[in-house]
Design a protein around this ligand. Structure first.
Ligand code: FAD
Length: 372
């Protein structure tokens, strides 16, 4: 017997999402804009797809409190446009924002960009969430007030959940001002040299917002600064001095190249793996990997590497040996490689939470395969 094609549900309100979950039996895949659909474990067959890309828009923006609540399917680039009119922003510069990534999808994939060094990732910027459990219960946690935790902080749990705890329908975010001025200083050199420079830079009072090494011949260290229009040039000069010979201010396009490298090669060959470890161990770890393209947050410990598909298992092992974590991102459609490294010691707890929230494992099957 041929299996019926899965239904696609496209709710436009939180209540519609709840009704869709309550009224749809079986297993449900969750999608936003689809910019990370190949990330992590390959989605397994489901009975329905919950497409949240129609659940968009700002619910409430409180410029005075610097908070905003949005429907989870809102593309971050659209939100950024609305906030910019008030001189505010969500301080998250994940590379796939330009491709239309949604706020809910960025939260569910724990994605972040270079400025996570100072502003953190979504888990640090989210102050409230509303999500729907497998039995249709709507769960609200946090809100517009930062100091308001009462009960379980669901936002932390949903961060990096890849949808397995259920769809996120609303997200409340803390905002930051758009900086008056930004600048980027670059210096060429291999990753070990860059790592030594970053240690000195981070011990200085110069407060970079992002510090990333990008691979090349020989590679390049990028340092982003933010500040006042009058004070920034002086700090740029001091950073150039600290980084030494060859350091100079470059244009913003340096960051476009960085963003492009995190997406892997344009011809779709190779696999992209996101890795994280203690910052002090990152340069050494990278030297062990057969990477063809690298962006490395030398002060955050987070790197994105492109490797041959056959090397993904080896990458997971090397990262685990350095006490880090890794997850497979973009890869060729036919690549059969493990999405995750060795299971974390907290896996029984993760399974117990999932059993509590979604006892029949209805949501997003396959995303944490083979862990659960
Ligand atoms: C939305 C929001 C609302 C808040 N409201 C309040 C408030 O009303 N009153 C207030 O005093 N503070 C509040 N805080 C601050 C926050 O609760 C504390 O700062 C928190 O305990 C530590 O935060 P962190 O960012 O350092 O660590 P987190 O990033 O929150 O935690 C890191 C990890 O450590 C765990 N962890 C953190 N603290 C402990 C602990 N003490 N014991 C065991 N495990 C722990 C977390 O579960 C997590 O796994 C709020 C924070 C947020 C995000």
């Amino acid at each position: 017997m041929t299996r019926a094609a899965p239904t696609t549900l496209r709710p436009t309100t939180a209540k519609d999402v709840r009704d869709a979950v309550a009224d749809t039996p079986g297993r449900i895949a969750i999608t936003g804009a689809g910019t990370a659909r190949h990330w992590a474990g390959r989605p397994q067959e489901t009975d329905a797809t919950l497409d949240l890309s129609g659940l968009t828009g700002v619910i409430a923006h409180n410029p005075g409190d610097m908070t905003v609540s949005v429907h989870a399917g809102t593309p971050l680039r659209d939100l950024a446009g609305e906030l910019a009119g008030h001189g505010q922003r969500l301080a998250l510069d994940a590379a796939r924002t330009a491709a239309g990534a949604t706020v809910g999808g960025l939260l569910a994939t724990a994605d972040a960009g270079p400025s996570a060094l100072v502003y953190g990732g979504m888990r640090d910027l989210v102050i409230g969430t509303t999500s729907v459990l497998a039995d249709g219960t709507m769960v609200r946690s946090g809100g517009h007030v930062i100091k308001n935790v009462a009960g379980y902080d669901m936002a932390k749990l949903l961060h990096g959940s890849y949808g397995v705890f259920g769809p996120v329908v609303e997200v409340v975010l803390r905002l930051h001002p758009v900086p008056k001025a930004t600048a980027c200083v670059a210096v060429d050199g291999p990753v070990d040299d860059a790592a030594a420079k970053v240690r000195t830079l981070m011990a200085s009072p110069l407060e970079p917002v992002a510090v990333e090494w990008v691979s090349g011949d020989p590679g390049r260290l990028l340092v982003r600064l933010e500040g006042g229009a009058n004070t920034l040039p002086g700090r740029v000069g001091r950073v150039c001095e600290l980084l030494g010979d060859g350091a100079a201010e470059v244009g913003d396009e340096a960051w476009s190249r960085h963003a492009a490298l995190t997406g892997g090669p344009a011809d779709g060959t190779g696999a992209v793996v996101r890795i994280g470890c203690a910052p002090a161990r990152l340069a050494g770890l990278l030297s062990e990997l057969p990477a063809t393209a690298v962006t490395a947050g030398l002060a955050t410990g987070v790197a994105t590497v492109t490797v041959p598909g056959a090397a993904v298992g080896q990458v997971h092992e090397s990262v685990a040996a350095a006490s880090g974590t890794s997850v497979l991102r973009d890869r060729p459609a036919d690549l059969d490689a493990p999405a995750w490294g060795p299971a974390p010691s907290a896996l029984p707890l993760l399974k117990a939470v999932r059993t509590q929230l979604d006892p029949d494992a209805r949501f997003a099957p396959g995303r944490f395969d083979p862990w659960m």
